[in-house]
Design a protein around this ligand. Structure first.
Ligand code: CA
Length: 235
C-alpha cells in the first residue's frame, strides 16, 4: 500500500476545519487536526506531519509564532491559510519560512495545487541550500536549460543576460511557489543589497519582454502584487 502524506490542519474555525478535512481526505491525505496552537505543538512533535496547514488567527496564540518556532528546528512544509490579506502579512509569513500563503476564501483546486507543490519541493530537496540545479524545467513551450544556462521559448533562445537567467532559474527551481522580492534580491545580489526593488523590477521587465508574448499579461512568470513573483508549474 502506498504511504499517504499526513497533513496537520491547524485551524480554530469549525466550518473551515470540516471543509479542509473533507477535501483532504477525499484526495487521499491522512488528516490530523488541531484547534489551538498548544494542541498543534504537541501534534507536530508526536505525529510528525509531512505538511502543515496553518491558520494565523488562533485562540491561544498567533500562528506566526508557530511558524517561527517550527522553522528553528524543521524544514517541514508549512502552508499558511489566512484571512489576513495585507501584503505585509504575506511577505512576513513567506520571509519567516512559510512555503506558501493562501488567502481566505480559497478554491479547492488552488489549495490542492499549492499542497502538491510544497510536498514536491521537500521530496526533491530543492529547498536545500546550495543545491546545484541541473537538467531542464519545462512548461509548454517554455524551457529552462540549467546546464546550458539558457532559456528557450518556442525553440528559440530568449537571449537572457546572466542576472536575468539567475532570476528565471531561481523562480524555476521553486516553480509554483511565490518568492518574495526580498528573497530574490538577496539570492541574486547578495545580503548587502539595499532594500529597493527597482533593480529587480527593471530586470523582470526585460525578462518579460524576452520570454512573454504579451509582457502585460504574462503566461510564465506572475506578479503577486506587493509580495513577489511566482513561476508557472512545470509540466
Ligand atoms: Ca482563525
Amino acid at each position: 500500500m502506498e504511504v499517504r502524506d499526513r497533513i496537520l490542519v491547524i485551524e480554530d474555525d469549525k466550518s473551515i476545519r470540516n471543509f479542509l478535512h473533507a477535501v483532504l481526505e477525499a484526495n487521499d491525505y491522512d488528516v490530523i487536526m488541531a484547534h489551538t496552537g498548544t494542541e498543534a505543538y504537541s501534534l507536530i512533535t508526536s505525529r510528525c506531519p509531512d505538511l502543515v496547514i496553518l491558520d494565523l488567527g488562533l485562540p491561544d496564540m498567533d500562528g506566526m509564532k508557530i511558524l517561527k518556532n517550527v522553522r528553528e528546528w524543521s524544514s517541514m512544509p508549512i502552508v499558511v491559510v489566512s484571512a489576513r490579506t495585507h501584503e505585509k502579512d504575506k511577505v512576513t509569513a513567506l520571509d519567516m519560512g512559510a512555503d506558501d500563503y493562501i488567502t481566505k476564501p480559497f478554491g479547492t483546486s488552488e489549495l490542492l495545487a499549492r499542497i502538491r507543490t510544497a510536498l514536491r519541493h521537500t521530496r526533491t530537496g530543492a529547498s536545500a541550500p546550495g543545491l546545484k540545479e541541473s537538467g531542464t524545467f519545462v512548461s509548454g513551450s517554455f524551457v529552462i536549460d540549467f546546464d546550458k544556462h539558457r532559456v528557450f521559448v518556442e525553440g528559440k533562445d530568449a537571449g537572457l543576460t546572466q542576472n536575468e537567467f539567475k532570476i528565471v532559474s531561481l523562480l524555476g527551481r521553486y516553480a509554483g511557489r511565490v518568492l518574495t522580492y526580498d528573497y530574490i534580491m538577496k539570492e541574486i545580489w547578495g545580503p548587502h543589497m539595499k532594500n529597493d526593488n527597482q533593480i529587480l523590477r527593471v530586470n523582470m521587465a526585460n525578462i518579460r519582454r524576452k520570454i512573454e508574448k504579451n509582457p502585460a499579461q504574462p503566461e510564465y512568470i506572475f506578479t503577486e502584487a506587493g509580495v513577489g513573483y511566482r513561476m508557472i508549474e512545470g509540466d
